[in-house]
Write a protein that binds this ligand. Structure first.
Ligand code: FPP
Length: 240
């Protein structure tokens, strides 16, 4: 049973295992991503029901460009289909969509439909749904350093004024729009035990929960199991 008083405010998920899910069924990899997208939608709905304020999903990493053109193009087609078909629902459900990552290099139609989604959900006050696209933790920190350097060069900041907050504020999660606190819980599916360049700075004190279930099979019930696992732990942040 979940303790409603101790729900994480921010859950982040590495949605892994779509390819293996498809392979097990003798289906093309894209069928796995399609099933993964459906799982993603259910988990977003369920997050809202559980009173989670921020949900971040790792949908496409800076390294995923190395996959075949067909797979990459297919993933973005799915993304467009998702935002286009579910946009109305996102708006009525008061979900605020936000992108983590430099999405300007995505295919043009994906950029267009993302921008529309960002625009149409910008005043929503419910679940903040961060989709990490062309996202990498090291890339994010590199960009933050560049931006801080520019502020120093233009006299807006001195080196000794830099604090951890200065850095957090420069990350994609620290933008005025996302304004997302560090995740208390990071979940990775499919039995892989790595962070894979996800939320490197923000995840410093996150509890990690690994599920053996492949992402398309990750149901709201599995999600609640992961949250229950999180709730059974004691968080000390380096203290005693
Ligand atoms: C990891 O599985 C999944 C991805 C790299 C893509 C995630 C995409 C979706 C959940 C659906 C599309 C939705 C959006 C918002 C773009 P994998 O392919 O690494 O699986 P494998 O490790 O079994 O090969």
């Amino acid at each position: 049973m979940l303790d409603i008083e101790r729900m994480p405010e921010h859950v982040a998920i590495i949605m892994d295992g779509n390819g293996r899910w498809a392979k097990k069924r003798g289906l093309p990899r894209l069928a796995g991503h399609n099933a993964g997208m459906k799982a993603m939608k259910k988990i977003a709905d369920h997050s809202d029901k559980l009173g989670i304020k921020y949900l971040t999903v790792y949908a496409f990493s800076t390294e995923n460009w190395k996959r075949s053109i067909a797979e990459v193009t297919g993933i973005f087609k799915l993304l467009v289909a998702y935002v286009e078909s579910d946009l109305k629902e996102l708006v009525t459900n008061n979900v605020k969509v936000n992108v983590l990552g430099d999405y300007s290099s995505l295919p043009e139609d994906a950029v267009r439909s993302l921008e529309r989604t960002l625009r149409e959900t910008k005043d929503n006050t419910g679940l903040v749904f961060n989709i990490a696209l062309n996202y990498g933790g090291r890339d994010e920190i590199t960009r933050a350093v560049q931006s801080i350097e520019e502020k120093i060069s233009s006299g807006l900041l001195t080196a000794d004024e830099i604090t951890e907050k200065t850095i957090s504020d420069e990350l994609f999660t620290g933008s005025a729009r996302a304004d997302t606190p560090d995740p208390e819980l990071i979940i990775r599916t499919s039995g892989e035990l790595r962070l894979s360049n996800f939320l490197l700075w923000q995840g410093a004190y996150s509890e990690l929960v690994f599920s053996d279930v492949l992402w398309p099979d990750f149901t709201p019930q599995e999600y609640e199991k992961a949250i229950a696992d999180y709730q059974s732990r004691e968080r000390r942040f380096g203290g005693r």
